[in-house]
Write a protein that binds this ligand. Structure first.
Ligand code: ZN
Length: 73
């Protein structure tokens, strides 16, 4: 019982660390590049969106296309 709880806790810590790492990486790339372009259409991602989702690699439009596709499958 205790071991099980321990494993879940460790997994939660791992996810937290992974998220923190991704956010740190995204912040670092924001600082170095200044702007972030959508990996699909190449247009700059809105600063508002980048603040809300630092790990975003696509503009709202492309992201919504991808999410729509996901739900249709
Ligand atoms: Zn785009």
């Amino acid at each position: 019982m205790m071991e099980r709880c321990d494993q879940i806790e460790r997994a939660a810590h791992y996810v937290e660390a992974e998220n923190a790492r991704m956010i740190a990486e995204a912040r670092a790339s924001l600082k170095t590049s200044g702007t972030a372009d959508c990996i699909d259409c190449g247009r700059p991602i809105e600063p508002k969106r980048r603040v809300a989702m630092p790990a975003a690699r696509r503009c709202i439009e492309c992201q919504s296309h991808i999410e729509a596709e996901k739900y249709h499958r």
